[in-house]
Design a protein around this ligand. Structure first.
Ligand code: SF4
Ligand code: SF4
Length: 209
């Protein structure tokens, strides 16, 4: 049986596995060049090392109370990182080619375990991602783990309100297209897509959950 070694990225938690240590080293190098969380940390460090510029706080709409500037979220990230992620547009191309197909089901608790790393046409993307081989979980109410999706189309056929459309994802080991929740806001929470997905990579969140 081949010796299997692994590397867990200390920044984003990605797990890289390869039986050849030299190949694993190469995978680590490639990953670290494209690790979104590492990049965000670098940006945050650069920002924090810049000289402070005094800016008058913007008053709240109510006209009273203190201004909230950059509250930190213990153990996960800070408001500056969240803001940066919200403004980051996810691209589907890159050098992340060292991944194999992932097995379902989707982790129902991913929102407390993963970071939002950006958006694609207004849809949130939760890391880790390393395109095109690792794409993370997409959506807010209608969520799909793109690293598990096999693109059989069952969810598209099942949805009564046409929430989904196809999105090409060339180079992904699971499937070279994914079901994109373009009209996520139209979801009526019937749960049909979640129930028909063969690898169980869909998770529907009712509003407020
Ligand atoms: S829960 Fe129902 S309405 Fe919402 S995306 Fe799935 S199939 Fe469509
Ligand atoms: S049913 Fe599941 S596996 Fe099939 S396309 Fe939809 S999300 Fe992907």
């Amino acid at each position: 049986m081949a010796y299997e070694s692994e590397y867990i990225c200390p920044n984003c938690g990605s797990l890289l596995i390869h039986s050849n240590p030299l190949t694993l080293e190469s995978m680590k190098d490639v990953h670290n060049q494209h690790c979104v969380v590492l990049r965000q940390k670098s940006i945050a460090m650069q920002m924090s090392s810049r000289p402070t510029v005094a800016v008058a706080p913007k008053p709240l709409a109510t006209g009273g109370g203190p201004s909230v500037v950059a509250a930190s979220i213990p153990g996960i990230t800070n408001a500056a990182t969240i803001s940066a992620a919200a403004n980051t547009t996810i691209t589907l191309s890159g050098n992340g080619t060292s991944y194999s197909k992932a097995e379902g089901p989707i982790d129902p608790d991913f929102k407390s375990k993963r970071q939002m790393v950006g958006t694609f046409k207004g849809i949130k993307v939760w890391g880790p991602i390393d395109p095109p081989g690792q794409l993370g979980i997409w959506g807010t109410q209608v969520t799909v783990d793109y690293d598990i999706c096999i693109a059989d189309g069952a969810c598209i056929e099942a949805c009564p309100v046409n929430v989904y459309e196809w999105l090409d994802t060339p180079g992904h080991p699971g499937s070279e297209k994914k079901t994109f929740m373009a009209r996520e806001k139209d979801c009526i929470f019937c749960m049909a897509c979640e129930n028909v997905c063969p690898p169980q990579c869909v998770k529907i969140f009712q509003k407020g959950t």
